[in-house]
Design a binder for this molecule. Structure first.
Ligand SMILES: Cc1cc2nc3c(=O)[nH]c(=O)nc-3n(C[C@H](O)[C@H](O)[C@H](O)COP(=O)(O)OP(=O)(O)OC[C@H]3O[C@@H](n4cnc5c(N)ncnc54)[C@H](O)[C@@H]3O)c2cc1C
Length: 305
């Protein structure tokens, strides 16, 4: 029987583990991927808003974090496939057959990019569906591309692609872009970017790789096809809560609902970081929540021993 099992090894889970270790708790972290760090691996721009630490990108930030993690003394299993979690009994079963139990569980599973779920999206992954403009734009010099979404991530990707592509078409559903005003202003000064508002992409088409998108505009009666060689999808994120669905209270978007101590409605089950923070998902928020949850668990264990 462990003191704490932490599910997810992004900034929230790793911070909670560091605090649990410091507080003398017997801790195991389970991470589904082969590496830890979560979304830090998707940040290609500078991180300048974490107090006391400024890095050129997420990887650099992660390396500083990992340095500290390597000095700590908690167990960390990566590449773990969790089959089921029973939050009441705190029993976790892995696909490998192993069974684990603990006194407390901390859910730190973060968020993932939302998919459109339209024909062609999954089929052309890696064959014209662009994972990240900053990482992959050099594969599309002089090409026509399409970006789907109207928030910060979509406009930032459109701006990055505009540096190397012939044309960038930004397609989004609302009347106005939701992105930061400075991004929108930069977008308007880029002659190669066209914005289709109140529009949606209904299909991604091609043979071996992406060749076109089918766009439906509000005022148009019929969809039309636009020839493009690359597509970026940035339509927001969704929380990784499938594992605990039906066991804790979630909001209408699937985010875990927690108290100010980051506890869910099941005793000794905590949810920290982006998975319970739809309003202000940040690294500092995630690491702070990790500290709070660890301290609450330590306090409870010390008083019950
Ligand atoms: C492009 C971009 C730029 C950003 N810029 C900034 C910035 O400048 N400043 C800032 O503060 N924040 C920034 N953020 C947000 C920041 O990265 C997140 O707030 C932070 O990573 C949240 O940490 P987390 O641990 O809660 O979740 P995540 O980082 O999402 O980590 C969750 C971890 O849980 C694992 N996991 C999920 N499901 C399971 C499962 N079933 N079993 C085991 N493991 C699981 C995942 O693999 C992952 O490793 C940015 C994010 C992005 C994408």
């Amino acid at each position: 029987m462990l003191d704490v099992i932490i599910i997810g090894a992004g900034p929230a889970g790793l911070s909670a583990a560091l605090w649990c270790d410091e507080l003398g708790l017997d801790t195991l972290v389970l991470e589904q991927k082969d590496s830890t760090g979560g979304q830090l691996h998707s940040i290609y721009g500078p991180i300048a808003n974490y107090p006391g630490l400024r890095t050129n990108n997420g990887l650099e930030f992660f390396e500083r974090f990992a340095e500290r993690v390597s000095e700590a003394d908690f167990d960390l299993w990566t590449g773990v496939d969790i089959e089921s979690v029973d939050l009441k009994t705190k029993r976790i079963v892995l696909r490998s057959g192993e069974e684990l139990t603990s006194i407390a569980i901390i859910i730190a599973t973060g968020v993932r990019r939302r998919q459109l779920g339209i024909p062609g999206e999954a089929e052309f992954a890696g064959r014209g569906i662009i994972e990240s403009a900053s990482r992959n734009r050099d594969q599309f010099p002089g090409q026509d591309v399409c970006v789907i979404g109207g928030g910060d991530a979509a406009t930032e990707n459109a701006l990055l692609l505009a540096d190397v592509c012939a044309t960038v078409t930004l397609v989004h559903r609302r009347k106005k872009l939701k992105a930061r005003p400075d991004f929108v202003a930069r977008l308007q000064n880029q002659h190669c970017i066209t914005v289709f508002s109140e529009s949606m992409v209904s299909r991604i088409l091609g043979a071996d790789s992406v060749e076109a998108v089918e766009i439906l505009r509000k005022e148009a009666l019929k969809p039309f096809q636009l020839a493009v060689r690359g597509v970026v999808v940035r339509i927001g994120v969704e929380p990784n809560t499938e594992l605990v669905h039906g066991q804790i209270q979630l909001d209408d978007k699937g985010y875990a609902i927690v108290t100010s101590q980051h506890e869910t409605n099941v005793a000794n089950v905590f949810a920290i970081g982006d998975v319970s923070n739809p309003l202000a998902p940040t690294i500092s928020g995630a690491t702070g929540a990790g500290a709070t949850a660890a301290k609450v668990v330590a306090m409870r264990l010390n008083t019950s021993k």
